[in-house]
Ligand binder design. Structure first.
Ligand SMILES: Cc1cc2nc3c(=O)[nH]c(=O)nc-3n(C[C@H](O)[C@H](O)[C@H](O)COP(=O)(O)OP(=O)(O)OC[C@H]3O[C@@H](n4cnc5c(N)ncnc54)[C@H](O)[C@@H]3O)c2cc1C
Length: 406
């Protein structure tokens, strides 16, 4: 079998990259170890966020929102999206300042964001009992996808329309290199010849890169969320709420409330040190972490702390030392590309990242700003430093280090 492009991994990033390569005229095969969307992408909260730490990420986030709401127009397949908007809420002086800064810069970078009045917050969020002295931003562009599987299904249907070959339950076991270039991939049952191979293997990105003799230093870190049983105080039409000082997010889900957050001491988990059969189902879950985070907003959202839990799920983010996506050509192995380093936003950024990477692969020129996401920036820091920095980036999801990417 041969293809112009082989993508390893059928999560949101791999499927979007494969789809956009096919839309650009390439023959594409996506090879998946298990089933499409069964790992991190199938566990996502489905939140899209227009307020970001720098201009490049703002552009990618807003482009992704645009692509999600117009999915049927460009991909030919319907996708249901909740155009809920979101509140970003701060309850401390330092976080107020952070949000004021984000308001100014996000507006400069084109996002539609404004200060929310106390009344807007009190009336606009039925599941949140505002105290009255919060500082909040209203972000009308923000959306969510109720069930993450629906984005995966939409990508799959669009891929099928474009003739993408999907091979499931077929782990890639080899990435041959000849004359200094990748020549395709191998699985237990076949070889696929291709001049371009994209590593979109999520938490397994490093193992897959190692098959090609490359190092892509990313640190997988656990993330969890819960969904409560249906609750009368949750209006399904409510917006998303992000309480930045508690590093927590909330949204309506299945008649109840979704709650997730970013603990200060998250759990790193490297699949390379796990049995070969390791999957997201084996990531140990700890409801105590979420209950502790929920206690920080117990006054405003009692249901998050005490509501009966209908679902508790989790998976792995791939964190980079600088918190940026890792997308582009892998140094030293021509023809080998990576789409990873999601840093917790790979689901919502997948439309625009896939589009940009496909444009880069097919034209040979990096789209504006993308060169600064390429993996050659990651250097050769020690494993300890990588994990330490990755954990810092995780814990500071809502108050990231200043960034000047454009
Ligand atoms: C609880 C939770 C909530 C989240 N909420 C959000 C959110 O609200 N918004 C957001 O933007 N992001 C969110 N994320 C992050 C988001 O899920 C990830 O950024 C995104 O799914 C990453 O996509 P991916 O394609 O890189 O990885 P994955 O979805 O994990 O896909 C990688 C695929 O590669 C396959 N693979 C691995 N090795 C091989 C191999 N050797 N051969 C073939 N295939 C292989 C795997 O089986 C897997 O299917 C959340 C994550 C979690 C865990």
């Amino acid at each position: 079998m041969d293809a112009d492009v082989v993508v390893v991994g059928a999560g949101a990033l791999g499927l979007s990259t494969g789809l956009h390569c096919a839309l650009a005229g390439c023959s594409v095969a996506v090879v998946e170890r298990r089933t499409a969307g069964s790992q991190a992408s199938g566990r996502a909260a489905g939140l899209f966020k227009s307020v970001q730490a720098d201009e490049l990420r703002t552009r990618l986030a807003r482009r992704s929102i645009e692509q999600a709401v117009s999915f049927a127009d460009w991909a030919g397949v319907p996708l249901e999206v909740a155009r809920s908007g979101s509140f970003l809420i701060a309850r401390t002086g330092a976080h107020r300042e952070l949000l004021r800064r984000e308001l100014g810069q996000s507006r400069r970078w084109g996002a539609d964001v404004s200060e929310a009045t106390a009344g807007q917050l009190a009336d606009g969020l039925s599941y949140y009992r505002a105290v009255g002295d919060e500082y909040a931003l209203w972000c009308p562009e923000d959306i969510y996808i109720e069930e993450p599987a629906s984005l995966i299904r939409a990508y799959l249907a669009a891929c099928q329309r474009c003739g993408v070959t999907l091979l499931e339950d077929e782990p890639v076991t080899g990435i041959p290199v000849a004359g200094g270039r990748v020549t395709g991939v191998e699985t237990a049952t076949r070889s696929i010849t291709a001049p371009v191979v994209v590593d979109a293997a999520g938490a397994w990105v490093r193992q897959v890169a190692e098959l090609a003799g490359a190092r892509v230093p990313l640190a997988p870190v656990r993330h969890q969320l819960l969904i409560t049983r249906p609750a009368p105080q949750v209006d399904p039409g409510d917006p998303i709420a992000r309480v930045v000082d508690a590093a927590a997010y909330l949204r309506p889900a299945r008649g109840g409330l979704m709650f997730g957050g970013f603990e200060a001491s998250p759990l790193p988990l490297d699949p390379r040190r796990q049995p070969a059969s390791f999957s997201t189902d084996d990531v140990p879950l700890d409801l105590g972490v979420l209950r502790k985070l929920a206690a920080q907003v117990a006054g405003e959202v009692p249901a998050a702390e005490t509501g009966p839990v209908a679902e508790h799920r989790g998976g792995l983010f791939t964190m980079s030392s600088d918190g940026r996506f890792t997308v582009g050509p892998v140094p030293g192995v021509p023809g080998f590309w990576v789409a990873s380093g999601c840093n917790g936003s790979g689901f919502s950024s997948s439309p625009a990242l896939g589009e940009a990477l496909a444009a880069w692969i097919t034209s040979g020129a990096a789209p504006p700003g993308m060169i600064r996401l390429a993996p050659d920036r990651l250097g050769s820091a020690s494993e300890e430093a990588l994990v330490k920095d990755g954990l810092w980036q995780y814990a500071h999801y809502y108050d990231p280090a200043p960034s000047d990417l454009v």
